[in-house]
Design a protein around this ligand. Sequence first.
Ligand SMILES: [Zn+2]
Ligand SMILES: [Zn+2]
Length: 390
Amino acid sequence: MSTRDYLEKDYYKALDVSKTATADEIKKSYRKLARKYHPDANKGDPKAEERFKEISEAYNTLSDTKRRKEYDDARSLFGSGGFRPPGQGGAGGFPFDLGDLFGGGTGTGTTTSSGGRLGDLFGGMFGGGRPGTQTRPRRGTDVETETTLSFHDAIDGATVSLRLTGEGACPTCHGTGAKSGSMPRGCPKCQGTGQTSRNLGSYALSEPCTECRGRGLVVDDPCPDCSGSGRAMSSRTIQARIPAGVSDGQRIRLRGKGAPGERGGPAGDLYVRVHVAPHPIFGRSAANLTVTVPVTFTEAALGAEIKVPSLRGVPVSVRIPAGTPSGRTFRVRGKGARRKDGTNGDLLVTVIVQVPQNLNSGARHALESFRDATAGEDPREDLLRRARQT
Ligand SMILES: [Zn+2]
Ligand SMILES: [Zn+2]
């Protein structure tokens, strides 16, 4: 809030209480109104959001005895509304800051002790944040992490625990950035707005204030744990549902599972890079599963009905026609991974003709008979002929 806000805004009216209301009445009315207009309860209603900010701002001042007195004094001194400091003329900015007028900075002797009040407003009720209700709700940042799923979980989907490390409000100072017992004050350069504008001839360029780096607040006595930034690294563990059918290397977006928003802003998104552990038997190609199985020379030559493993453990039958070459792939429909649309991929079975390493005498004799029966057939004949022609 700018100094002008202090003078022009009627905080008693905002909280729907009289000027003589007790601290308890103020608190009660605030709680009632804050619940009613809280952004979580009024999603996408800018009017409620505006009103909520107004309420928070008013309570921020009226709930603190010292600030309330300063506010009352300022208004009785300058009158409410339309105040312009001497020598400033028309509608120019204010040449002084909250610290000058109302204290809150060091050296003025009016430093407020406010830990409880901030906790009351932001910590207890809304789960952390910063003071400075004058700034807009901010969406939480997007967060990236990764996880490794088993082959089966990737196909079926799984709920995984993800440990997320991210930046949040510093627990020591509740995000104010100020040392315990002190308060940040409105930035004098941007008057608490966090934005400064630069005139470029016919138009003005608005940019983040360099003094406060867009926070709208400056800290004279920084919190030792966060060096005044109000931010700290923390980690949390969340449960996330990874949908069925993810493949290795895929990046999943989980809406609203990123860093929490500030001042009622929405949470950011979480991106999870999924790694899928290999399976000893099966491979995957999109929704299709692949498997390579050995077949004997006679199965390939004479044809056979063979059993091949499937993912669910129940073998499936595949018909191998007579004369199947080694390396041919057969498709078993519906025995693959489930797709998003509810249909199933296929199981792709590749057969490799196995050559026996050891032959008993019966098998040897049978093969020798086979050789004799096929004497004169040379599978390389065609190659040799074509090589001669070129
Ligand atoms: Zn801190
Ligand atoms: Zn500033």
